[in-house]
Design a protein. Structure first.
Length: 467
């Protein structure tokens, strides 16, 4: 029997950030997860390995593009064994690090699966065999999410992949169908396209990345359309069947076709399947998310929920901040999770990122906003990179000129968005951004110049302010 102040169930970026902070605050802490080290889906089978592969995909694209600058590399030869080893080693180094950090902080890490007995007791079936009982004052449920696979897309064949099996990079299929034009479909589809697969993307709605502003998506869609064989919008898969020669896919709106492999990436759903949760007062909403307040506390006072299992957006950085909030509340601090902006990044080429209010959301809410856009064709830095296909936009409250949202598309948009998040969080107005000296020549200047556009005074864009 182990007695702790806090037990965290699930060691993804939400769970391990929570456990580490709890230990840092002097609370006796246990962390439970079936993997050998903390990391969760993000580090073992998601964000991290996919970014390692996307880095290589970008290099391949850049090398091909270098022809235009008079540098000829020839056709690249890809050694899949070595590429897999690079990706696996990234994961190993990171999870080895989190394992060591847990030890150094004296977080008791139990490799196994937890089941709740009551609101203060958890049993853990250890991977090495046997069972351990934990008595806790507080538990944090951080069990993440799992892929959604609708019945029409359920085929028991290893050629039909989810994001995990696609990341294993079993081979480079001649043809790949990606079902779902969201984060995973576009990121992993881009990897396979760069490696040489003829990739077709099928998306049910009338556009890629339904959550993002269309002017940003349009820029990305142009490059996706150029690198993929097909992008079919407003199209659904009605049937899939495994045949010796491939996976036969029937669509509504397209003739049926045979593909070497299929990647299904049509969304994720919360994973609240902790046995015994029903013995507590913890409640789920209609979609299966654990209901909680802004302090991350569930209907059971001793139990908190964070990350994907606690609601959208299902993003690692949201999970870790929620985790830290839950721990601060447990430690008796005055804390609540009330961010003004949670950034979203799609790591395609170009990258697409946004934070805070989108223009589409403002329209849906009937909220009056001003929008200032700076096209990267006017950025010296973008020109030096031969990447003028970017756009930076600010969504502004016209009554007080506060920045409510920032959207970016272009290489490194995922890094640039952090400045937008800070601006929104700090309640910065457009003048603050305009007056902040940005280094030249960098892509960060596009944020400053978008602010100048707002006033009709951008150095590199002639667009007088409409009065
Ligand atoms: P998603 O919600 O981003 O995209 C799913 C897409 O599939 C949507 O565009 C949807 O309209 C479409 N779709 C749904 N059913 C369909 C069908 N039957 N046929 C065709 N299209 C269909 O989901 P995802 O790509 O599976 O990713 C899951 C979650 O993982 C994301 O919501 C995100 O929270 C997280 N994620 C984040 C990142 C990142 O931050 N860069 C990367 C990967 C995943």
């Amino acid at each position: 029997m182990i007695d702790v102040h806090v037990v965290v169930i699930g060691a993804g970026p939400g769970g391990y950030a929570a456990a580490f902070l709890a230990a840092d605050l002097g609370l006796k802490t246990a962390l439970v997860d079936p993997e050998v080290n903390p990391g969760g889906v993000c580090v073992y089978r998601g964000c991290i390995p996919s970014k390692a592969l996307l880095h290589v995909a970008n290099l391949l694209r850049e090398a091909r593009h270098a022809d235009a600058w008079g540098v000829h590399f020839g056709e690249p030869a890809v050694d899949l064994v070595k590429l897999r080893a690079f990706k696996d080693n990234v994961v190993k180094r990171l999870t080895g690090g989190t394992g060591l950090l847990a030890k150094s902080r004296k977080v008791q890490y139990l490799q196994g699966r937890g089941a709740l007995v009551d609101a203060h007791t958890l049993t853990v079936k250890l991977v090495t065999g046997g069972e351990e009982t934990i008595r806790f004052k507080h538990a944090i449920v951080a069990t993440g999410s799992v892929p959604v696979v609708p019945p029409s897309l359920r085929v028991d064949d290893r050629r039909v992949m989810d994001s995990t099996t696609a990341l294993d990079l079993p081979d480079v299929p001649k043809s790949l169908l990606v079902v779902g034009g969201g984060y995973i479909g576009l990121e992993l589809g881009s990897v396979y396209a760069a490696l040489g697969s003829a990739v077709s993307v099928v998306e049910m709605t009338d556009g890629l990345l339904p959550g993002a502003d269309r002017d940003l998506v349009d820029v990305l869609a142009k490059s996706i359309t150029a690198s993929m064989k097909n992008v079919w919008l407003k199209t659904s898969v009605t049937k899939m069947a495994a045949e010796p020669a491939g996976i036969r896919v029937t669509f509504d709106g397209q003739p049926e076709q045979l593909f070497d492999r299929v990647l299904v990436a049509v969304g994720r759903r919360p994973n609240a399947s902790v046995p015994g949760l029903e013995r507590t007062k913890v409640a789920l909403d209609r979609r299966g998310f654990i209901v909680h307040d802004e302090q991350m506390r569930t209907a059971e006072p001793s139990i908190f929920a964070i990350g994907d299992v606690a609601g959208e957006p299902m993003l690692a950085h949201k999970a870790s901040h929620e985790g830290r909030t839950a721990v601060e509340v447990i430690a008796g601090h005055k804390a609540a999770f009330e961010p003004r902006a949670i950034p979203a990044v799609v790591f395609t080429d170009p990258e697409l990122a946004w934070a805070g209010l989108t223009e589409a959301q403002a329209q849906r809410d009937g909220r009056k906003v001003a929008v200032a856009k700076f096209p990267w064709a006017a950025s010296g830095r973008a020109l030096t990179l031969d990447r003028v296909d970017g756009l930076t936009k600010l969504i502004v409250d016209p009554s007080n000129e506060r920045i409510l949202g920032v959207g970016l598309v272009g290489p490194n948009a995922g890094e640039l968005i952090a400045e937008g998040v800070l601006a929104i969080e700090m309640g910065a107005n457009v003048t603050d951004l305009k007056l902040t000296i940005h280094p030249h020549p960098t892509l960060t200047e596009t944020l400053m110049e978008a602010a100048e556009v707002f006033f009709g005074q951008a150095t590199h864009v002639y667009k007088p302010r409409r009065t």
